[in-house]
Design a protein around this ligand. Structure first.
Ligand code: AMP
Ligand code: MG
Length: 410
């Protein structure tokens, strides 16, 4: 068996980042900058008020109360026509540019205006309630990191410096096909003898969509070599990656392995993890092929641990692994020490720590236990038993990747 971290490195080494392209900002969520975005100007572009209040000279309001003459009002989006001189103030709204001469703002709550005279009740020092130019982003700096997927806030930062079409690594077009004579469409009304509904494709499709891939759904192909070969070679020619589920286990009569072997340079691995041990990876005419197991829980784990890091690498991300938290396991578990085991767990806050319990049956076909879980409880290779009350690592579902592959030793 191949240790998980070795398998992961091999998969990552087998893929290449996709070509960069300019993308409209509103379509760039989850993609990775290919070229640094440098701020052409400061943000804020000018010093402005952080409060509704009065722009003053701090020297005038060192001792309070003091009454000043209000010379004008300046709303956001407008510029004061005059400046603030000794004994005067300009009424200012949040976001309006600081008038010349003023070096602080007194909040309206700390004042009382009658006619053009305002009484200041709170002393302020220089810079109080003033947002200085460049205090958010300084002109000339790289505004968001290269190698991290763009978040909503990063899109906002790019917008604030006028980057409307960032150059990003391409969005992968990913084909997926379920294999197996027993697998029938989810719309099947009455299941025939021996038939099961296709539950892997919805899981895989959703995981791909969540990652930002463009999913090309090729449906179900039975265990028929000619049909499968046709579907897969066409998919490899038109997509950036191809996924299959089923047909890669050991020692079975299965056409999938033969078809994959004939189509490209595909290797069949026994990965030292549970679930998700059988895994196929290789290239069909340069396009990566990920052959996931058939059991739905194995599909989820193999996708998370092997395929997702590879797709993130194709997307230009330098972080590919989800963060882990430490949680106290509420029950004892015995696992296969020859493999890294990913148990389905429910993590909850318990006092000032996290606690984790198993969310249901742990067989690799029991998808309902994944549905009831919120994280993978990780039991490292070499560990056979974890006692109740021990601390364990948990990878939380849906938490964005934060660790480079070098940290993936388990
Ligand atoms: P296989 O590796 O093809 O023998 O599949 C392993 C197990 O997963 C078998 O019990 C299959 O019936 C099951 N399986 C395969 N594909 C699917 C699917 N698309 N949805 C649900 N179960 C599946
Ligand atoms: Mg099968």
């Amino acid at each position: 068996m191949r240790p998980l971290e070795d398998a992961r490195r091999a998969v990552i080494a087998g893929v290449r980042p996709l070509a960069p392209r300019p993308v409209a900002l509103e379509s760039a969520l989850g993609l990775v900058l290919a070229v640094p975005a440098v701020a052409p100007h400061d943000v804020p572009p000018f010093a402005n008020s952080a409060m509704d209040g009065y722009a003053v000279r701090s020297a005038d309001v060192g001792a309070v109360p003091v009454t000043l003459t209000v010379t004008e009002d300046v709303p956001a989006g407008h510029v004061a026509s005059g400046s603030v001189g000794p004994g005067t103030a300009i009424k200012i709204m949040t976001g309006a540019p600081m008038p010349a001469g003023a070096d602080a703002v007194v909040r309206v709550e700390d004042t009382e205006q009658v006619g053009r005279r305002v009484t200041i009740r709170a002393a302020v020092t220089e810079g109080y309630s003033v947002r200085s130019a460049g205090s958010d982003v300084t002109a000339g700096v790289e505004v968001v990191p290269v190698g991290r997927r763009l978040t909503p806030a990063m899109l906002g930062v790019l917008a604030s410096v006028g980057v409307t079409t960032p150059i990003v690594v391409g969005r992968p077009r990913v084909a997926m096909v379920s294999t197996g004579d027993e697998v029938v469409p989810i719309t099947t009304e009455a299941l025939g003898p021996g038939m099961i509904r296709d539950s892997t494709r919805p899981v895989l499709g959703a995981m791909l969509t969540e990652l930002g891939a463009e999913v090309v759904d090729l449906g179900i192909v039975g265990d028929d070599a000619a049909t499968l070969a046709g579907v897969l070679s066409e998919a490899a020619a038109s997509c950036d990656a191809v996924f299959t589920t089923g047909g890669v286990s050991m020692g079975e009569y299965d056409v999938v392995k033969q078809v994959l072997s004939d189509l490209g340079t595909i290797e069949f691995w026994q990965v030292a993890m549970q679930p998700g041990k059988p895994f196929a990876f290789g290239l069909i005419g340069g396009t990566p092929l990920f052959g996931l197991p058939g059991n739905p829980v194995s599909v989820a784990v193999a996708f998370e641990q092997l395929a997702r890091p590879a797709l993130l690498t194709m997307m230009g991300s330098r972080t590919v692994l989800r963060p882990r938290i430490r949680a106290r396991l509420t029950e004892s578990v015995t696992t296969d020490p020859s493999r890294t085991v990913f148990l389905r767990g429910t993590v909850e806050r318990s006092g000032d720590e996290w606690s984790a319990r198993l969310s249901g049956r742990q067989e690799s076909n029991v998808l309902s236990a994944v549905a009831a879980a919120n994280g993978w409880v990780v039991v490292d290779r070499g560990t056979e038993r974890v006692e109740a009350g021990s601390m364990v690592a948990v990878e939380m579902f849906g938490w964005p990747e934060s660790r480079p592959v070098e940290e993936g030793v388990t």
